[in-house]
Design a protein around this ligand. Structure first.
Ligand SMILES: *[C@@H]1O[C@H](CO)[C@@H](O)[C@H](O)[C@H]1NC(C)=O
Ligand SMILES: *[C@@H]1O[C@H](CO)[C@@H](O)[C@H](O)[C@H]1NC(C)=O
Length: 406
C-alpha cells in the first residue's frame, strides 16, 4: 500500500472502513456528542468525525433535529436524551407521546434511534421532587413508545453517576447508597421488564484526581501494571474501569438485578486541567482514550472479570471540547476533537490499523499508514460546495483517521 499514490489509498481505506464498519457491530465503541459550546462544527462534520474514530453509536444529550437529520442513513445507532428539566412534563403520558411524535418520529427509520435516556444522574442530586418524577417519566415515555409501536426498537433508560454507590472497592463489595435502594429497586424492575440496560457514568479520572498519591496511574490508564486481586472473588483486575463496572454489577446483584447489563454511558479523560487537577493532561488523555478504544475494538477482551462473556458497551466522553461548560478547566477539555475538527491529541492508532479482526490482512493492518502528504493533513471543508460536502466529509474522516495514528 505504501507505493500507491494518495488517492487510491484513500479510496481503498474508504472501502476498508466501510467493511470494518459493518462487520464489527459487536466490537464497537460509542461516543458522547455534547454541544455545550458556541464554536462546534456542523452536525455533518461531526458525523464524519464519529465515523473516523470507528464509533458505531452516538449519545446525544437532547434530540437536536439538525443532528438527528445528519445521522440519517449512516447506520450509526443514536441514543437521545431527555434532560432533567423534562421529567415533570414527561410523567404525563400524553405529553411524552406528543414529544416523541414531534421530536423523534419524523427522523425514523432513516436515523437509527435505539434508546432514550430519561434524566441524567438524577439520583445524585438528592432532589426529592426530581427523584420522585424519574420512574413515572421513564414509564410514560415507554408507554408512549408502546402506543406508537416503537417500543421494540427504542429502549428507555436513565444514567447514573458512580456516586450512587456507597461502596465500590473491592468490586465484589459494590453496593448502592442505602438511602437510594427504595427508589432504585422499582426502576430496576421496570428496566428488567422492558429490557433496557443500566447506564453508569464512570470516571477513573475522578478517583485519580482525588488521590493521586495512592492510586497507581498505570492502573487507571490501562497501561501494563500488576493490578489487584479482589480478596473475596479472587478475580484479578488490571484496570480501574473494570473494577468500577464490576462494583456496579455487585450492587445490582445485591438488589436482585445481577442480570441487567451495565453499559458505560460516559467515560473519558481530560487533556487539560487546572493546576490542582492532578493527571489532567494530553499524555494521560491519549493513553486513557487510546487504550480504551483499542480495548473496545479488540476481540480478545470481551467483558469484565465478573462478566467475561458480556460485551462491553462503552460511550467515550466526548467528541468535542465544549467551551461553555462551567466548572474547572478539565470540564471543557474532554474532547477527542477540537472545535475545528482536528484531533485534540493523537490517539495512537488509526481506524484502518486498529486491532480489529474484521480488517483483513490485505489492508496492511499492523502496518502504520503514512500521514497524508499535505502539510497538516486536515482538509478544511467549511468552504466546500454543498454538493460535495458529504463525500468530502468521508474523505476528511479518513484523513483525520490517518492523523490519529501519529
Ligand atoms: C446526597 O446524599 C448522600 C447521602 O446522604 C450524601 O452522601 C451526598 O453527599 C449527597 N449529595 C449531594 C450532592 O448533596
Ligand atoms: C492475519 O494476520 C494475523 C496476524 O498477523 C494472522 O494470525 C492471521 O492468520 C492472518 N489472517 C489471514 C487471513 O491471513
Amino acid at each position: 500500500m505504501e507505493d500507491h499514490s494518495t488517492f487510491p489509498r484513500i479510496f481503498s481505506m474508504f472501502f476498508i472502513t466501510t467493511v470494518a464498519f459493518f462487520a464489527t457491530s459487536v466490537l464497537s465503541i460509542g461516543i458522547n456528542y455534547g454541544q455545550i459550546a458556541n464554536n462546534l462544527p456542523s452536525p455533518d462534520d461531526a458525523v464524519a468525525l464519529v465515523k473516523c474514530v470507528g464509533a458505531t453509536k452516538v449519545k446525544l444529550y437532547d434530540a437536536d433535529p439538525r443532528v438527528l437529520k445528519a445521522f440519517a442513513n449512516t447506520g450509526v445507532e443514536v441514543m437521545v436524551g431527555l434532560g432533567n428539566e423534562y421529567l415533570s412534563r414527561m410523567k404525563d403520558p400524553t405529553k411524552a407521546q406528543a414529544w416523541i411524535k414531534a421530536n423523534l418520529q419524523p427522523y425514523l427509520p432513516a436515523t437509527k434511534i435505539t434508546s432514550i435516556f430519561v434524566g441524567n444522574e438524577v439520583l445524585t442530586f438528592n432532589d426529592t421532587s426530581l427523584t420522585s418524577n424519574l420512574l413515572p417519566a421513564m414509564q410514560s415515555v415507554h408507554t408512549a413508545l408502546l402506543n406508537l409501536a416503537l417500543d421494540k426498537q427504542i429502549t428507555v433508560t436513565t444514567t447514573h453517576s458512580l456516586a450512587v454507590l456507597q461502596t465500590s472497592y473491592p468490586p465484589s463489595a459494590g453496593a448502592f447508597r442505602t438511602d437510594l435502594a427504595p427508589c432504585l429497586a422499582p426502576i430496576l424492575s421496570f428496566q428488567a421488564k422492558t429490557g433496557s440496560p443500566f447506564l453508569i457514568n464512570a470516571y477513573p479520572y475522578f478517583a485519580y484526581k482525588a488521590n493521586p498519591k495512592q492510586v497507581p496511574l498505570d492502573f487507571v490508564l490501562f497501561q501494563p501494571n500488576q493490578g489487584m486481586v479482589d480478596p473475596s472473588s479472587n478475580l484479578h483486575y488490571d484496570n480501574m474501569l473494570f473494577a468500577q463496572i464490576d462494583a456496579v454489577y455487585s450492587a445490582l446483584t445485591s438488589l436482585g438485578y445481577g442480570k441487567l447489563p451495565v453499559h458505560i454511558s460516559e467515560t473519558g479523560w481530560p487533556s487539560k486541567g487546572d493546576e490542582d487537577e492532578a493527571g489532567a493532561n494530553l499524555e494521560n488523555a491519549k493513553k486513557y482514550n487510546g487504550n480504551l478504544i483499542k480495548m473496545a475494538m479488540s476481540s480478545s477482551k470481551k467483558g469484565t472479570p465478573s462478566r467475561p462473556n458480556t460485551d462491553l458497551n462503552i460511550y467515550v466522553f466526548a467528541l468535542f471540547n465544549e467551551n461553555m461548560k462551567p466548572g474547572p478547566t478539565s470540564e471543557r477539555n474532554y474532547g477527542l476533537f477540537k472545535p475545528d475538527g482536528t484531533p485534540a491529541y493523537p490517539l495512537g492508532f488509526s481506524l484502518a490499523s486498529a486491532p480489529n479482526d474484521a480488517v483483513s490482512n490485505s489492508t496492511g493492518a499492523g502496518t502504520p499508514p503514512r500521514p497524508p502528504t499535505s502539510s497538516t493533513g486536515y482538509l478544511s471543508i467549511s468552504s466546500a460546495p454543498s454538493l460535495e460536502r458529504r463525500w468530502l466529509s468521508s474523505v476528511v474522516a479518513l484523513m483525520v483517521g490517518l492523523i490519529l495514528k501519529f
